[in-house]
Design a protein around this ligand. Sequence first.
Ligand SMILES: [Fe+2]
Length: 166
Amino acid sequence: MEPSLLERYNDQIALEHAAERAYLQMAAWAAAHDFNGAAAWFRSQAAEESEHAAVFTEFVLDRDGEVRLAALEAPRADFPSLVAVFEAALEHERKVTASIADLYGHAQELRDFRSMPLLTRFLDEQVEEEASVSTILGELRMVVDDPSATLLLDRDLPGRRSEDAN
Ligand SMILES: [Fe+2]
């Protein structure tokens, strides 16, 4: 694999691990504030991000590239509200989407056609991820002044998967 492309794949692996840790931290925040539905939802998001990192790792190894894990910053831990947690989650998903799009563009410039199916799959998945987080955020904003509605919405979250979005 071309060195500049390899570097971008390693950056992407780092970003997926950072997303995993951001979601684990959000899960901990949610559990600490008795939003147990959101906590379960964030834990399953974290597991998905770990799986994404594993898929990119395997791809790099299959292409005889060297995988180098990066040092990661501590994720954000302080949030004023559950709405703020989901705002941060949406921001994170958008960052991941932009990063995969950049990677796609770079692979295309290098005519690295074997990257395309993998990256297309991830770009498709990001559409669902963003839609899923954005829907939850919209619903949370609707009920923001109603604790019992917020609690009901929280209890509904574990049953939702990103595939259900839209
Ligand atoms: Fe991901």
